[in-house]
Design a protein around this ligand. Structure first.
Ligand code: ADE
Length: 267
């Protein structure tokens, strides 16, 4: 899974992933857009087995929690040793992320922010979590992909890598990135392709009209309608009523730096 380091200083994002299940990354990260980004040398993935840095003969990476309680906690020393032996004196220093259901919410805004980094370290938690000293020693930020609990941080790490890799220049067409869901704080309008009628379901006539301005207005209105219906939380910074027009959303969006609904802190 470990990609070669880039030979030039061209824009490139290196991910270092620390996990006790390195083989989980083979497969999902070998297909589709992430594959393309890796083949083009825009992204490289380096997966490190935390267990290789465990110091006892059983190669333990976890222990019982201080203070009692159920479950196990991932120990700090193997993780810190693994991370520190991998990092050089990077300038700027890498972003260090711990995948955790207790973290700040991963959003498109955070994906965009990470896509501007040169190096991102991702630590995948397991069991009840990771000794909190890993966070403080590495000055790491905890990130959650949503309000549910998975068995470990590997799938969340892949979600982050996928969302970031596709934003890098040259990976997918620029207009696909700027027009998609969440890029303007709204979910996307509905899409259709041939045939124009299928099992009695027709494509909205306006999309067949060839009138580009009307189509653009319809798409904006549909994006707003769907956001109101499905994700009203995205509109909480902006008082939206059924009468709110797409022009009002545009104006609010321009005034708030591009996103009408997503709070500036990103959660
Ligand atoms: N590990 C377990 N659940 C998670 C979540 N929702 N986000 C990030 N890491 C996790």
């Amino acid at each position: 899974m470990n990609d070669p380091s880039p030979s030039t200083d061209a824009a490139h994002l290196r991910f270092d992933i620390f996990t006790i299940f390195p083989s989980m990354f083979t497969g999902p990260m070998d297909e589709s857009i992430v594959r393309r980004a890796r083949d083009r040398g825009v992204v490289s993935l380096h997966v490190h087995d935390i267990r290789s840095s465990a110091q006892d003969r059983h190669r333990s990476t976890d222990d019982t929690p201080y203070g009692g309680g159920s479950g196990m906690v991932m120990s700090a020393p193997p993780i810190i040793t693994a991370v520190e032996s991998t990092l050089e004196d990077d300038s700027p220093p890498p972003r260090v992320i711990i995948m955790s259901p207790a973290g700040r919410l991963f959003t498109q805004e955070l994906a965009r922010d990470l896509s501007g980094s040169r190096r991102v370290v991702i630590i995948c938690g397991h069991y009840e979590g990771i000794d909190d000293r890993v966070r403080s020693i590495l000055d790491a930020e905890e990130v959650s992909i949503g309000d549910y609990v998975l068995t470990g941080g590997e799938i969340p790490a892949m979600v982050v890598i996928d969302a970031v890799a596709r934003l890098l220049p040259g990976v997918i067409a620029d207009h696909s990135v700027t027009e998609e869901s969440h890029s303007h704080g709204l979910v996307e309008y509905p899409h259709y392709t041939r045939p124009a009628e299928y099992r009695g379901h027709t494509v909205p006539a306006i999309l067949l009209s060839g009138h580009h301005a009307n189509i653009a207005a319809w798409r904006k209105a549909e994006a707003l309608r769907r956001t109101r219906e499905r994700r009203p939380d995205l509109l909480t910074c902006f008082p939206v009523t059924p009468a709110t027009s797409t022009e009002q959303v545009d104006a609010a969006s321009a005034g708030s730096g591009g996103s009408p609904g997503i709070p500036a802190t990103g959660g």
